[in-house]
Design a protein around this ligand. Structure first.
Ligand code: ATP
Ligand code: MG
Length: 292
């Protein structure tokens, strides 16, 4: 039943690598709320959602149990916990990989070389699935932190740990030899949320419309430049995707000002192609929100 008190409950990491960016993405949707570093729970001021601030390990389980309706967590953590939840968006941030690393002196050619060895990890389920798939028998030592010191203290011969730059491995005399899982932050939801609570689903849909606009905008740049009017018809061939550029005549005869958007990844190719057809004075700005 609809009551104006219905709030969508979102679980985010209280403190750690995900916590700031998880809150940032919600704030960038125009949703205002207080700082979650000292509280367990708070409500947004201008949108019907409330936050639960948790350890990231607990987020998949709380979403599965329905204590939280949705959550933001690393794909690695969600996969490890194996709860049956819906993956609703890949948020793109907190990129990392779950990798096998061995001491520099270990003669490693392939995963099969781990046969009969001991591997320390905080991700036993993901690692076991990977080893089973290849028919490799190795011991898995589950430890909850500082996995990278396991070989140096004689606990195991290899590790399987999260890596982003690889500098922690190097400073511990280890080499990264195989990537077994790639991760980014994802938004997960309780299974069948819409059937269980249509009002919450409506709130989630509103949130997703905003989030998609913000995330799409991050992939694009807004560009403005001057171009000889004769060359305007070439612009849409160079800048595909958008319907058509906005063209305004300049005071100087024969010249126009053109406004359009470009995918960030294509920017330099587009820039060079536009220069070739005579574009001048280009201004490039970030876009805050974008809809189709
Ligand atoms: P918590 O106290 O909430 O349990 P934690 O120590 O388990 O925190 P963090 O180190 O804050 O977790 O990492 C959270 C997530 O950030 C990871 O699960 C992963 O998805 C992502 N991440 C990105 N880069 C790295 C990295 N280099 N090392 C570890 N995690 C990373
Ligand atoms: Mg954790």
């Amino acid at each position: 039943m609809f009551t104006s008190k219905t709030r969508l409950r979102i679980a985010v990491q209280k403190k750690g690598r995900l916590s700031e960016k998880s809150q940032d993405i919600i704030r960038s949707c125009g949703i205002e709320f207080g700082n979650g570093s000292r509280v367990l729970k708070n409500e947004a001021y201008n949108f019907p959602i409330e936050f639960l601030y948790l350890r990231d390990d607990d987020i998949p389980g709380y979403v599965y149990d329905g204590i939280a309706d949705i959550g933001i967590v690393g794909r690695n953590e969600a996969a490890e916990k194996q709860f049956d939840v819906d993956y609703i968006r890949d948020l793109g941030f907190s990129k990392c990989r779950l990798s096998i690393a061995v001491p520099n002196s270990f003669p490693y050619n392939s995963l099969e070389d781990l046969q009969g060895h001991e591997i320390a990890t905080s991700y036993p389920n993901i690692l076991r699935a990977c080893l089973d798939e290849r028919g490799i028998k190795a011991g898995i030592h589950e430890i909850s932190g500082s996995v990278e010191i396991a070989p140096a203290i004689g606990l195991t011969d290899a590790i399987c740990d999260l890596v982003s730059t690889g500098s922690t491995l190097i400073s511990n005399g280890l080499k990264e030899v195989d990537v077994i899982f790639r991760s980014t932050a994802v938004m997960i939801a309780q299974k069948d949320l819409g059937k269980k609570d249509p009002e919450k689903q409506k709130i989630l849909d509103r949130l997703l419309v905003r989030m998609d606009a913000v995330m799409k905008a991050r992939d694009y740049k807004y560009i403005v430049f001057n171009l000889p009017t004769d060359h305007i018809d070439q612009v849409s061939k160079i800048v595909p995707g958008m319907k058509s550029p906005t063209v305004t005549p300049l005071y100087e005869k024969g010249w126009s000002s053109v406004q359009t958007v470009v995918k960030e990844d294509d920017f330099w190719d587009v820039f060079e192609a536009l220069k070739k057809i005579g574009a001048q004075g280009m201004l490039v700005t970030a876009i805050e929100k974008m809809t189709i």
